[in-house]
Design a protein around this ligand. Structure first.
Ligand SMILES: Cc1cc2nc3c(=O)[nH]c(=O)nc-3n(C[C@H](O)[C@H](O)[C@H](O)COP(=O)(O)OP(=O)(O)OC[C@H]3O[C@@H](n4cnc5c(N)ncnc54)[C@H](O)[C@@H]3O)c2cc1C
Length: 502
């Protein structure tokens, strides 16, 4: 077990040097983070953890960082899965800036349906404050319990019901970012033609430009009705076509989550509903489909009772035309109950010797079947080269009229030597990332860039785009004290030209 090394930074009243605090803030939730934390081989720790209570505290921390050659890592809930919040090796000492104290609902403008929150507010607290007044933000990433509003904005997060409520960029109306170069105020204009929208520079900034202290978000009245129901399809392709038709018909749905056959089987088995699979087999058989692969779609509808009923009817109509078998609310209810609990299976699987990782991208509809297949195959091939077998499954979860995100889960053996587990993961991650880039997919639909995806960013932004990002970061943070190594780090001329970094 690695000991937390002695902190060698000058005293500051806002900064705790407590080893437990430093350990707690040392890592996020990526697979390498897990391996390090579980094996006790954590290579880098923050030198301290600051908990500012105000914007003035944050400015004081900027002064401290400049004066003492320290870097600052903004920290929301620490749920990053791509290495956003880890101190860099061979870098100046890092102080993690935990924003949990900035968490108040400051103002609710019910007429305009705008709510102003401290950006460190976590999902449950934010929803509780709004629900008490009859509103919701409707942003429910699977990490909802721990992640924060500022983290969602800084990573361009997407919630499970984004089809109805929108992604965080649709919900983020304005606010304030305190940077080492000054303060950026973003008024909540409903729309504006006054040049590029700077709110979009803040979205996805990953703590590199400044610290988002306050966010104004668009809220909705609590919905009158909500329903989640299941449909089984005889094949993945049929399900994909049905989902595409549903979203392009612009039905008032809140979620369309289509699992491939492997994920369907895994989900039903984990939910203890094998009998349900048999029922689906029999039902699809009656509809004339051979026994074979079954793919489950969970359809969510949110809104007025009337619109929910109508959306469900129309979605089922489209599903049936593609050979789907609507099976009522049971599977939807199971999904709803376990939607924030499923990630904890990772703990149980780890105890039994298996690691779980996920990756995601988005491509246009026309490219979905071959991209999904290629990514899954790349994981198998990278593992076979090491003599390992893996269990891989996928689903489409965030759908748009022009395309859908592909979310892949891979389960693989934990090796006795943590370095071997990491090496297996690294090979799979490289193979899948290269496949995503080769198929024209974005390196991330919702998890962000951090360190794990930074080498692939240039492939989609190009040299000019990377230069623009670097210039914006330099402008806000001229001495480079904020979260170095994330987002645009590790991008060099070689990767800009498209060479694989692994
Ligand atoms: C089990 C699990 C499920 C997940 N499911 C989803 C999902 O459904 N959808 C999804 O989009 N993501 C998901 N994620 C990923 C993660 O939860 C998101 O990236 C989330 O937005 C991170 O928020 P956070 O508050 O935890 O930020 P952190 O992890 O603390 O930080 C992430 C980045 O944001 C920066 N940052 C945080 N707060 C601020 C601030 N106030 N100002 C400036 N920069 C800031 C940090 O410096 C860092 O670069 C999941 C993660 C886990 C572990």
């Amino acid at each position: 077990m690695s000991a937390v090394p002695e902190a060698r930074i000058p005293h500051h009243p806002l900064i705790s040097l407590d080893p437990a605090e430093r350990l707690r803030h040392a890592r996020g939730q990526s697979l390498p983070d897990w391996v390090e934390m579980r094996s006790g081989r954590v290579r880098t720790f923050p030198a301290g953890v600051a908990t500012p209570q105000s914007e003035d505290d944050i400015r004081a921390l900027f002064d401290y960082a400049r004066e003492h050659g320290v870097v600052l890592i903004p920290y929301g809930g620490g749920t990053s899965v791509v290495g956003h919040i880890n101190p860099e090796p061979d870098a100046p000492p890092a102080v993690t800036v935990d924003l949990s104290q900035l968490s108040e609902l400051e103002y609710l403008d019910e007429t305009s349906r705008l709510a102003t929150f401290g950006a460190g507010v976590r999902g449950p607290l934010l929803e509780a404050a709004l629900r008490a007044r009859g509103y919701t933000l409707g942003h429910f990433p699977q990490s909802f319990e721990y992640s924060t509003l500022g983290g969602w904005i800084a990573t361009r997060s997407s919630g499970q019901q984004s089809l109805y409520y929108g992604r965080i960029e649709d919900l983020f109306a304005g606010g304030r970012m305190v940077t080492p170069a000054g303060t950026l105020d973003m008024p909540p204009y409903p729309a504006s033609a006054a040049g590029p929208d700077l709110r979009h520079a803040v979205l996805g900034s990953e703590g590199r430009m400044g610290i988002i202290t306050r966010a104004i978000v668009r809220v909705s009245p609590l919905p009158e009705a909500e329903s989640f129901h299941g449909v089984f399809f005889p094949a993945w392709e049929a399900g994909v076509e049905a989902v595409r038709e549903m979203v392009q018909a612009r039905l008032p749905l809140s979620m369309l989550r289509l699992s491939n056959a492997a994920e369907t089987e895994a989900n039903l088995t984990l939910a203890g509903r094998e009998t349900f699979v048999n029922f689906a087999h029999r039902g699809l058989g009656l509809l004339g489909h051979e026994r074979g692969e079954k793919c489950m779609l969970v359809i969510g509808a949110t809104g007025s009772s009337r619109s929910v009923r109508q959306a469900r009817r129309e979605a089922n109509y489209i599903a049936r035309r593609h050979g789907g078998l609507p099976v009522g609310p049971m599977m939807g209810t199971i999904w709803l109950k376990s939607r924030f609990r499923t990630p904890y299976l990772r703990n149980t699987l780890w105890e039994t010797g298996y690691a779980v990782d996920t990756l995601e991208t988005i491509v246009p509809w026309a490219d979905i079947p071959r991209t999904a297949e290629a990514v899954i195959n790349s994981l198998h091939r990278a593992s076979e080269a090491l003599g390992e077998r893996v269990y891989v499954f996928a689903h489409l979860s965030h759908v748009y009229p022009t395309g859908a995100s592909i979310y892949v889960t891979v389960i693989f053996r934990v090796q006795p030597d943590p370095d071997h587990t990491l090496e297996h993961w690294r090979r799979m991650k490289c193979a899948a990332s290269e496949t995503i880039v080769a198929h024209g997919g974005t390196i991330s639909h919702q998890h962000g860039v951090g360190t794990d995806h930074a080498p692939y960013l240039a492939a989609e932004k190009g040299p000019l785009g990377i230069g623009l990002l670097q210039a914006a970061i330099r402008h806000c943070d001229p001495t480079g004290i904020l979260n170095p190594g994330k987002l645009v780090a590790g991008v060099d001329a070689r990767t800009v030209e498209g060479d694989a970094p692994c």
